[in-house]
Design a protein around this ligand. Structure first.
Ligand SMILES: N#Cc1c(-c2ccc3ccn(Cc4ccc(CN5CCOCC5)cc4)c3c2)n[nH]c1N
Length: 228
């Protein structure tokens, strides 16, 4: 999988050199490149924003630098890449959407700032490639970078070979539509708190049944809408 990110804060994505995704990058499973949008400006101040037509607070990101940056990544014609634009107005990011992103060969993330990117950028690239506006959740961020980091982590870990033990991807929260069961490890007693005895029983059928019941109880209590 190839991932390109366009942002005015490319150093924000240095953290992707660490941990699981760092290893996936070293093995070539996932190739991540962050591009500085200001490298595609031509004025002394490397300007990427301007006042909004129609008035209103804040600034809007100019289309020209975005056009040059995205053309440098996907060329000047049609592209099979998927352009992902984080936006408060986007479709909700879910585990299912993470699976869909994980199946893509080439993802291009456009990280907006200020009040967002001139709409014509999305409208233009929608004539040349698939474009999806995606929202991390119903709260307001200052830009797309945090959302892109979450999307790359959620999708990247689903790419075959990235997570050592694929079984660990199955019994997670939101896999299979339920929240995950509680987990325990040694010691068997800690600050007078005991591990549930069934987990020490060695009875794999009883353990599986207990875990399933825990998933259902937790989902009913915390996220009942997932059971609809
Ligand atoms: N993913 C994701 C996100 C984002 C996100 C993603 C990308 C950008 C680029 C700029 N921003 C700042 C911004 C904040 C609020 C608004 C709404 N405006 C409506 C009219 O009144 C002014 C305010 C617009 C832009 C972004 C925010 N926020 N929350 C998510 N789940």
């Amino acid at each position: 999988m190839r991932i390109d990110i366009v942002t005015i804060f490319p150093e924000f994505f240095r953290v992707l050199d660490l941990s699981l995704l760092g290893k996936a990058r070293q093995t070539g499973l996932i190739e991540v490149t962050a591009h500085d949008l200001r490298d595609f400006t031509h004025d002394r101040h490397r300007t990427v924003d301007d006042t909004p037509y129609g008035g209103g607070a804040g600034m809007v990101m100019k289309p020209e630098p975005w056009g040059e940056a995205l053309d440098a990544i996907v060329g000047d014609g049609a592209s099979d890449a998927l352009l992902v634009v984080p936006s408060p107005a986007g479709e909700p990011f879910t585990q299912q959407l993470a699976r869909e992103l994980a199946a893509e060969e080439h993802l291009v993330f456009a990280c907006g700032r200020y009040e967002g990117i001139d709409q014509r950028v999305v409208d233009h690239y929608a004539t040349r490639m698939r474009v999806r506006l995606i929202s991390l959740g119903d709260y307001v961020l200052n830009g797309g970078e945090v959302a892109v980091m979450a999307m790359i982590e959620a999708a990247g870990r689903l790419v075959p070979g990235v997570v050592g033990n694929p079984e660990s991807l199955v019994e997670e929260s939101h896999e299979g539509g339920l929240l995950e069961y509680p987990s325990y490890t040694k010691p068997a007693a800690w600050r007078e708190l005991e591990v549930p005895p069934v987990l020490l029983s060695g009875n794999h059928g009883a353990i599986a049944a207990w875990r399933r019941e825990q998933q259902l109880e937790r989902t009913r209590r915390v996220r009942p809408e997932l059971l609809d």
